[in-house]
Design a binder for this molecule. Sequence first.
Ligand code: DQA
Length: 144
Amino acid sequence: MKTLVLNGPNLNRLGKREPAIYGSQTLADLADLCAKAGEELGLEVDFRQTNHEGELLGWLHEAADGEYPVVLNAAAWTHYSVAVGDACAQLTAPLIEVHLSNVHQREEFRHRSFVSAHAAGVIVGLGFDGYTAALRHIAALRAA
Ligand code: DQA
């Protein structure tokens, strides 16, 4: 089953960006991890990142039309984009929201999410493990 793993702005900077918060591994490392997890779980993982909100909206529309499950780290857009929230509302297959850091231990503006209301589950603070946990859950739902 095709599963989209979608990443928002600044996540291409992983490895260089605030390593005390986001760690030293790169987006390419995360993509490899998700690809391996997908192989093990029998999911066709399509891993993408963008710094352009319209591009993410297009990918969410693609997931809505294809009825694809989505693992989404919308990064900063999570906290203020009504448009990303509205696109998430159109999804019919499971959506799992993921954040590398524990946003609830950080600034107050990171506590609000326009994605969570539309998500089957939310995983924060587990770093890269959050993505593999989300993929495992999607595979388990498919098997159920
Ligand atoms: C993030 C948390 C967001 O608050 C932040 O804007 C990001 C990354 C995370 O993965 O921890 O860019 O989504």
